[in-house]
Design a protein around this ligand. Structure first.
Ligand code: PGA
Length: 253
């Protein structure tokens, strides 16, 4: 049985003050923390305030990016030890916005994944195809490539700790969700690909869906065999809708 993961990607929203207010509103989500990993990923300047509101609640905090070196002359960057020290447990790596808007390469993503694992941060490794790639029928090829490059040199034991998020780029922030069946098809493909190199571990890896997840579509997604959770952008900025997503499946809302 894989433990579900509900992760919130706040992107570049929420000042430190706004973070404290929203974090307090989602505190009741801690009731679900016994059954699922609930991870909130605010911007860097909001990480420490979020960690202090969530301390001792079972709600966890993740960053949205990091550098692979521990320290050095890398102006504007943040390292894994810095995130660990303030209480982060997770870090999103390779989000499509980082790939597309900031030129992040598969090689950089691979370095970041290794650095996160080396420091005991759980990476949420994002991958997914663009609309053009889907329409060209290359979804599987693209996902297999991103998976192979991103995970190059990562051992099975570390892979088992890694969370993967399948986020089709055409579904992010567009209101256009992949159908549960389409998401399941790609996610089960990803699991089969993992199984080629890591046969005993592929069944342990949590694979999330991300892209316009809302209270209205979470149940259908979570009902799929290989979908272990969600990475939620827009809908995670509203306490009510994020709480409904966390309490999917008719749990107390
Ligand atoms: P969205 O974003 O839920 O707003 O589509 C998801 C993500 O980018 O992680």
């Amino acid at each position: 049985m894989r433990r579900p993961v509900l992760a919130a990607n706040w992107k570049m929203h929420m000042t430190a003050g706004e973070t404290v207010a929203l974090a307090k509103k989602i505190l009741p989500c801690q009731e679900r923390a016994g059954e699922a990993d609930i991870v909130i990923c605010p911007p860097f300047t909001s990480l420490a305030p979020a960690c202090s509101v969530f301390q001792g609640t079972g709600l966890q905090v993740g960053a949205q990016n990091m550098h692979w070196e521990d320290s050095g002359a890398f102006t504007g960057e943040i390292s894994a030890p810095m995130l660990k020290e303030i209480g982060c447990t997770h870090v999103i790596i390779g989000h499509s916005e980082r790939r597309q808007l900031f030129g992040e390469t598969d090689a950089a993503i691979n370095c970041k994944l290794k650095a996160a694992l080396r420091h005991g941060l759980i990476p949420i490794f994002c991958l997914g195809e663009t609309l053009e790639q889907r329409e060209a029928g290359t979804t599987q090829e693209v996902c297999a490539h991103q998976l192979e490059q991103g995970l190059a040199g990562i051992q099975s034991g570390d892979l088992a700790k890694t969370i993967i998020a399948y986020e089709p780029v055409w579904a992010i922030g567009t209101g256009r969700t992949a159908s549960p069946e389409d998401a399941q098809a790609v996610i089960s493909f990803i699991r089969r690909e993992l199984g080629k190199k890591h046969s005993h571990f592929a069944d342990q890896v949590r694979i999330l869906y991300g892209g316009s997840v809302k209270p209205e579509n979470i149940d259908g997604l979570m009902a799929q065999q290989d979908i272990d959770g969600a990475l939620v952008g827009g809908a995670s900025l509203d306490a009510d809708s994020f709480s409904k997503i966390v309490n999917y499946g008719g749990a107390e809302q």
